[in-house]
Design a protein around this ligand. Structure first.
Ligand SMILES: NC(=O)c1ccc[n+]([C@@H]2O[C@H](COP(=O)([O-])OP(=O)(O)OC[C@H]3O[C@@H](n4cnc5c(N)ncnc54)[C@H](OP(=O)(O)O)[C@@H]3O)[C@@H](O)[C@H]2O)c1
Length: 254
C-alpha cells in the first residue's frame, strides 16, 4: 500500500475478468481510492471484481457497455461522464480478438468491430478523460498492446495484431502530446496470458505451441501484467513515457 494513490480515481475498462480484473484489484490493494469498473457481457465477473476492490478498501462503481460499435462507445462515455467525471488513472484494457478470420474471409463488420473495440474505444475514452487531467496537470494512461503487434498475430488475427500495433503507435503520440500537461502515457504488451481470452480464441494445441516458444517455460498470469501496470502508474516509473513494455516470459525480445 502506498500513499501516492490516495484520493485517486481509476477507470479500468474490461474489468470483469482477466488482466482488467487483476489490475483493478491490484490498484485498490495499493491505495487507489476509487476504481470504476467497466464490463461488456459478464456482469457477474464485474460484480466479483467490485467485491474484491471494495474489500481492499476502495470505492467502486460498475458501468456496462459494448465498445465494439461507435454507438456503444458513445453511450459508455456518456455514462462515464455522469458517474465519474474526474478520472486520474485510465487503464484502456478492454479488447478482444473478436473472431479469427483470414484476409479472404473477413467481413467489413468484423474489421470494424476489431478496430472499434481495440483502437477507437481507447482513443475516445482517453479523449473523454484527458480534459480533467490537463486541468489538474497530472494523469496516467496505460494502454494494452500485444505481442501480436510485433509478430503480425496468429492465424486469422492479422487485424487484431494491426489494432494492437496502432495502440503502440497511439501510445507514443499521446505521450508526446500530453507530457507537457503532466500526463504520462505508456502501454503494456502481454505475450500469452493463459486466461479466458485464449480459452475463447485458441486451441490447447495452439497454446502448447506458444508455451514451447516461451523461454520462461510457462505462460503468463493476469497478476504479472497487473503488477507492471501498477509500476507504470507509480512514481517509480516517472521518467518512462511513450513506452510499450513487453511482458512475455522471453517469447519475444526487443
Ligand atoms: N490474454 C492474452 O494472452 C493477451 C495477450 C496480449 C494482449 N492482451 C490484451 O489484454 C487485454 C485484456 O484481455 P484479457 O487477456 O484480460 O482477456 P479476457 O480475460 O477475455 O478479458 C477481456 C475483457 O475485455 C472485455 N471485452 C471483450 N469484448 C468487449 C466488447 N465488445 N466491448 C467491451 N468490452 C469488451 C471483456 O468484457 P466481458 O467479459 O464483460 O464481456 C473483458 O472484461 C485486451 O486488450 C487483450 O487484447 C491479452
Amino acid at each position: 500500500m502506498t500513499a501516492e494513490f490516495a484520493g485517486k480515481t481509476a477507470l479500468v475498462t474490461g474489468a470483469s475478468r482477466g488482466i482488467g480484473a487483476a489490475t483493478a484489484i491490484t490498484l485498490a490493494k495499493n491505495g487507489v481510492s476509487r476504481v470504476v469498473l467497466h464490463y461488456n457481457g459478464y456482469k457477474q465477473g464485474a460484480e466479483e471484481t467490485q467485491a474484491a476492490v471494495q474489500a481492499a478498501g476502495a470505492k467502486s462503481e460498475i458501468i456496462g457497455g459494448d465498445l465494439s460499435t461507435p454507438g456503444g462507445i458513445r453511450d459508455f462515455i456518456g455514462e462515464l461522464k455522469a458517474t465519474a467525471p474526474s478520472v486520474d488513472i485510465l487503464i484502456n484494457n478492454a479488447g478482444h480478438l473478436v473472431s479469427r478470420e483470414k484476409l479472404v474471409e473477413m467481413s467489413v463488420d468484423t474489421y470494424d468491430r476489431v478496430m472499434d473495440l481495440n483502437v477507437k474505444s481507447a482513443w475516445f475514452i482517453s479523449q473523454a478523460v484527458v480534459p480533467h487531467m490537463i486541468e489538474q496537470k497530472s494523469g496516467i494512461i496505460i494502454n494494452l498492446s500485444s505481442i501480436a503487434a510485433r509478430n503480425g498475430g496468429g492465424p486469422g488475427a492479422t487485424m487484431y495484431a494491426a489494432s494492437k500495433a496502432a495502440i503502440a503507435c497511439i501510445t507514443k503520440g499521446m505521450a508526446k502530446e500530453l507530457a507537457p500537461h503532466g500526463i504520462r502515457v505508456n502501454a503494456v504488451s502481454p505475450g500469452t496470458v493463459d486466461n479466458y481470452f485464449h480459452e475463447k480464441y485458441s486451441t490447447r494445441q495452439m497454446l502448447d505451441g506458444m508455451l514451447a516458444a516461451t523461454p520462461a517455460g510457462r505462460l503468463g498470469t493476469n497478476e504479472e501484467i497487473a503488477d507492471t501496470i501498477l509500476f507504470l502508474c507509480s512514481e517509480a516509473s516517472r521518467y518512462i513515457l511513450g513506452q510499450t513494455i513487453e511482458i512475455n516470459g522471453g517469447m519475444y525480445m526487443v
